[in-house]
Unconditional design. Structure first.
Length: 107
């Protein structure tokens, strides 16, 4: 299984080089999704395109991350509420909260 994964990674690297793309090896992580039990070491969570994924695809890590960000951003909105117009507040909401809530959602 490990040799097959290494072969796939090698092919992906070769493809990216052919297409003049670079893979940042310091940011590259591995996560195996499988219905079978594997004894390979896997990270608890991987960030992929801004979404935190765990092997069970429970999205708990992502929800915790988004919740923490929203908590901070809602605090900022509360501070702004009495000092800016409704238009500015609504724009701030869309920038700080709605963007986090709607990212990576298929409609």
């Amino acid at each position: 299984m490990l040799s097959q994964a290494n072969c796939s990674l090698s092919m992906a690297k070769q493809w990216s080089e052919w297409n003049e793309l670079t893979i940042n090896e310091t940011k590259t992580e591995n996560m195996v999704l499988s219905l079978k039990h594997l004894d390979l070491p896997n990270p608890d969570c991987v960030k992929f395109l801004g979404v935190y994924l765990d092997p069970k695809l429970s999205f708990d890590s992502h929800i915790n991350y988004i919740s923490a960000k929203l908590n901070t951003n809602i605090f900022v909105l509360r501070k702004l509420a009495n000092n800016v117009s409704q238009t500015v507040l609504l724009t701030s909401y869309h920038a700080l909260c709605h963007s986090l809530l709607s990212y990576a959602i298929l409609s």
